[in-house]
Design a protein around this ligand. Structure first.
Ligand code: NI
Length: 185
């Protein structure tokens, strides 16, 4: 099921997510919903807090922009080693329409549990390394805008607040314009 993605600023996105511990049925269901939501939004990564679930769960699929990649499920991910630095123009499904240069490690090694509950370690380079760091940040309540100057962050915050106000207005219009008020529950 495609879930609603929470737009920044929102207090949920600032929370630290809790460890899962063991992958059970509900965790697999969450992973599947997250993958569906990520693909529906044309994203390459999504963290559970972005759909309002404060669990350490992320999905990544950089294959549209990186060769040899496919869908990755990471439960309780932990970056255990980093190497080098790189700058990449990052966006975020919770901050639509915005992109800014962020400095990250060029290469990371991440340990996590897979969808099958088995632990694995993955060496990540290129966009995948960026995505792993960006999504792990979400689990700590950190967004890419937190890596920017306060001036840039405030400009983006203003644009996002305007966007959210417009979305709320559109929703209100839809309710007002709904032809069958009596069936609205
Ligand atoms: Ni993001």
């Amino acid at each position: 099921m495609v879930r609603e993605i929470i737009i920044w600023p929102d207090p949920i996105l600032k929370q630290v997510a809790s460890p899962v511990g063991a992958v059970d049925g509900p965790t697999r269901h969450l992973l599947d919903d997250m993958a569906e939501t990520m693909y529906a939004a044309d994203g390459v990564g999504l963290a559970a807090p972005q759909i309002g679930v404060l669990k350490r769960v992320i999905v990544i699929d950089t294959s549209p922009r990186q060769e040899g990649q496919s869908l990755l499920h990471l439960v309780d991910p932990r970056i255990v080693r980093t190497e080098g630095t790189t700058v990449y123009s990052e966006g975020c499904l919770s901050i639509p329409g915005e992109a800014e240069d962020v400095e990250r490690a060029a290469k990371v090694w991440v340990q996590a549990l897979g969808r099958d509950g088995q632990p694995f370690e993955l060496e990540c380079e290129g966009l995948l390394a960026i995505a792993v760091q960006h999504e792990c940040d979400h689990l700590e309540g950190t967004l890419f805008v937190d890596h920017l100057s306060s001036l840039k962050r405030e400009l983006i915050r203003r644009r996002m607040k305007k966007l959210k106000a417009e979305q709320a207005e559109e929703k209100a219009e839809q309710v007002r314009g709904a032809p069958h008020h009596e069936s609205a529950l």
